[in-house]
Design a protein around this ligand. Structure first.
Ligand SMILES: Nc1ncnc2c1ncn2[C@@H]1O[C@H](COP(=O)(O)OP(=O)(O)OP(=O)(O)O)[C@@H](O)[C@H]1O
Length: 283
């Protein structure tokens, strides 16, 4: 598998410009602009209803914006995601996970990862014709798909559960499987929507390590997360939304010292979520 040609670190992998999303009379995302740098973990945070998931849904093609631009600087050059249909966005190298886990619970763990590679397998086998005739090219593509799945099962510590139904895994393991499935599409940008939701502190710590491992392998990450311990520890840059508007954008240290950010969280009654620094040595 040849490595995709990507922008150098410190060049944007994703450029969001004046992004606008209206639902009837409600402006959920109001002219938001930010860059996500190649090789970075960029967090998008904000109180409930700030517009975070809507931004993700716009980047990944679930919604079409009312205005503005989203450009991915992927292996094939700049791609205007705002004018690209959802499955083409996935093919361009953007993968995502969801707030609510969306696996195939009756399929095995391994099968969930092979289904994620369906498009690659089809393309390698002349849309299934090769498979029907048992062509070598199909078997080769299948071997590569299983090898990629095994690699991510190892990274997510799920290899020993490969043959179990996905629905039988504990919650934290299902969250890791969702990430493994997204990584089996070989993305250049991974969008994680609240990956730490429902995890205990040890699982959150392991998740933070997994996200850092993914970044170390050259995949840029966009992260929505309410767990400020995770966000402040692993993010290179933090974008803060409030009522659909960007109110801050900077390093974790800059953002947590920002008066507007503190006021936005306190104003929403989410005092527990105020982005304070993680306490050293805390469990
Ligand atoms: N499909 C939709 N139709 C109408 N309104 C929507 C739709 N999706 C989101 N909204 C509204 O847009 C606003 C932003 O919602 P969004 O889910 O993006 O916020 P969020 O920051 O992800 O919140 P949370 O942290 O609670 O998940 C909210 O007022 C929400 O009710």
């Amino acid at each position: 598998m040849s490595a995709p040609i990507l922008p150098a670190r410190n060049a944007p992998i994703l450029q969001v410009r004046e992004l606008l999303m209206r639902f009837g009379g409600l402006t959920a995302v109001n002219r938001v602009s930010f860059d996500a740098m190649a090789g970075d973990i960029t967090a998008v945070i904000g109180p409930n209803g700030a517009g975070k998931t809507t931004v993700f849904n716009l980047i990944t093609g679930f919604y079409k914006p009312s205005g503005g631009e989203i450009v991915l600087n992927g292996p094939g050059g700049p791609k205007p995601l705002h004018a690209t249909v959802g499955h083409r966005i996935a093919q361009a190298g953007v993968a995502r996970t969801f707030q609510n886990i969306r696996l195939f619970p009756g399929m095995t763990v391994l099968e969930n990862l092979l289904v994620a590679q369906h498009n690659t397998l089809q393309a390698a086998t002349f849309f299934g014709i090769g498979a029907a005739f048992g062509l070598g090219r199909y078997r080769q593509a299948e071997r590569e798909a299983v090898a990629l799945a095994r690699r991510w099962l190892e990274a997510t510590r799920l290899l020993d559960r490969a043959d179990d139904p996905a629905g039988a895994l504990p919650y934290g393991a299902q969250r890791r499987l969702e990430i493994a499935r997204a990584m089996c599409t070989n993305p250049v940008l991974l969008c994680l929507d609240e990956p730490a939701a429902g995890l205990n502190p040890r699982e959150s710590e392991e998740l933070a390590e997994l996200i850092q491992l993914i970044r170390a392998q050259g995949c840029s990450i966009l992260l929505i997360e309410h767990d400020m311990g995770v966000v402040m520890r692993i993010s290179d840059r933090v974008v803060v939304l409030d009522h659909g508007v960007k109110i801050a954008d900077g390093t974790p240290a800059e953002v947590r010292a920002d008066e507007r950010v503190i006021a936005a969280y306190l104003g929403e009654g989410d005092e527990d979520d105020v982005p304070a620094a993680p306490v050293e040595g805390a469990a």
